[in-house]
Design a protein around this ligand. Structure first.
Ligand SMILES: Nc1ncnc2c1ncn2[C@@H]1O[C@H](COP(=O)(O)OP(=O)(O)OP(=O)(O)O)[C@@H](O)[C@H]1O
Ligand SMILES: [Mg+2]
Length: 62
């Protein structure tokens, strides 16, 4: 198992009543690549913005 460079644990974010990200967790290792796929509105952009620090999470850790 390679060294972890990114760990996302239980990240959630709501906009009013919309749960945009709901308990998102994943781990990325050295030399790995990450894709986020899903239907429109499933929370891809929200998750990416939280990971890069453009958005805060209501819960969870990056
Ligand atoms: N700034 C915001 N204010 C209010 N609601 C938001 C905001 N950003 C996202 N949402 C809502 O959160 C949910 C997830 O949106 P997000 O943009 O993360 O999805 P997405 O997977 O990137 O969609 P797409 O494939 O259309 O780009 C949607 O219901 C969206 O309307
Ligand atoms: Mg998007």
């Amino acid at each position: 198992m390679s060294e972890t460079v990114l760990q996302v644990t239980g990240v959630s974010r709501s906009y009013r009543s919309v749960r945009a990200a709901d308990d998102v967790s994943f781990t990325l290792g050295v030399g790995g690549s990450l894709g986020i796929v899903g239907e429109s509105g499933s929370g891809k952009t929200t998750t990416a913005r939280i990971v890069v620090g453009l958005e805060r999470a209501d819960a969870g850790e990056v």
